[in-house]
Design a protein around this ligand. Structure first.
Ligand code: SAM
Length: 316
């Protein structure tokens, strides 16, 4: 097994929280809005319903993050491609010279925006695709657009965007029998499969009905893989290299590992720092100070307060 290398040894400006975890990436939820209605959605970032940040405000937060040593940016939502200024947001972010800019999307608008996003500086994309079966797709997302999503993925792949990751939330008796097919689809098209364990959400009974123990796959993959990598500062995820494909396992419910090596800080669409994915009661307002024109050094202090508020969820 080898460990993942996530920053260069000459990087001296990394920032650490009080549990000695480096803050490598910032994840910005751009909007509460979504054009899908997935059965399991945990509605990341959907806590308040104030106005969304505009592209200049997002830029100011990112400028502070970059100055303090954050390396990577990911935009999520809601559905980030619903923002009609998404290309402008990527362009402004790109001017800050982060090591990596990525988006997590349901993929339905990738055919429309792919070229412009890449031209603006997008480096990577994760697309949520839980199934290749149109009926299951419709059941999970309540939308009838599997073919459009697949062609959007292949479109950005043909434009050279790499790596493209496919996020598959594995659910018992729903899509757990499709893992091999999904792996083959990814292997054939140069995509990386990311298997995600279902998290509890506010949908009654869903977790109990569909939760699949994703850890049960590890032994099988271990036997099949010619190489296994531990992505230490990506919450200790394991990546298996099998044949010409790659598959990663994400276990957000395994708090000890997920939290121990979490290196991510989050921002809600309204501009609040969210120190932890799993906790909602320690948000820090950075948008108010931005709108009150506080200088950058004051914004840095607020950002640092957000980092200091980070605690592993298993300790709470
Ligand atoms: N709209 C975008 C999309 O569909 O990818 C971005 C937002 S979505 C909330 C981000 C990711 O969270 C998706 O890959 C989705 O599969 C995952 N997700 C949402 N709810 C989840 C849950 N209850 N358990 C595990 N993963 C979940």
């Amino acid at each position: 097994m080898i460990n993942d290398k996530i920053w260069d040894s000459h990087d001296d400006e990394l920032i650490f929280d009080s549990f000695n975890r480096p803050i490598i990436s910032i994840r910005i939820s751009l909007t509460n809005g979504c054009n899908f209605d997935c059965i399991y959605c945990h509605h990341d970032g959907m806590l308040l319903s104030e106005s969304e940040m505009n592209s200049d405000e997002i830029y100011r937060i990112l400028k502070v993050a970059k100055k303090l040593g954050v390396k990577k940016v990911r935009f999520s939502g809601g559905e980030p491609l619903l923002r009609n200024d998404i290309v402008e947001i990527i362009g402004k972010t790109s001017s800050l010279k982060f090591k990596d800019i990525s988006i997590t999307t349901n993929g339905v608008l990738l055919d429309k925006y792919g070229v412009d996003l890449i031209d603006a500086g997008l480096n990577r994309v994760n697309v949520s695709l839980d199934t290749l079966n149109p009926n299951t797709y419709k059941f999970i997302t309540k939308r009838n657009c599997l073919d459009r999503v697949k062609s959007g993925i292949l479109h950005v792949a043909s434009l050279g965007l790499y790596p493209i990751k496919i996020n598959m939330v594995v659910m018992s008796n729903l899509n757990d029998n499709e893992i091999c097919d999904m792996f083959k689809f990814c292997e054939d098209n140069g995509l990386i499969l990311q298997l995600i364990e279902l998290m509890r959400s506010d949908h009654d009974g869903l977790y109990d009905e569909y939760h699949f123990d994703i850890g049960s796959l590890e032994e099988k993959f271990e036997k099949l893989a010619y190489k296994v990598k531990v992505r230490r500062f990506m919450q200790d995820r394991k990546k298996y290299y099998i044949g010409d494909g790659e598959v990663e396992i994400v276990k957000p419910m395994d708090n000890t590992k997920f939290c121990k090596n979490c290196s991510r800080i989050r921002i809600t669409p309204e501009g609040f720092i969210k120190p932890c994915l799993l906790k909602n009661n320690n948000l820090i307002d950075i948008i108010g100070p931005i709108r009150n024109n506080l200088p950058e050094n004051e914004l840095e202090k607020i950002f640092l307060e957000g980092i200091n508020n980070r605690e592993p969820y298993y300790m709470i």
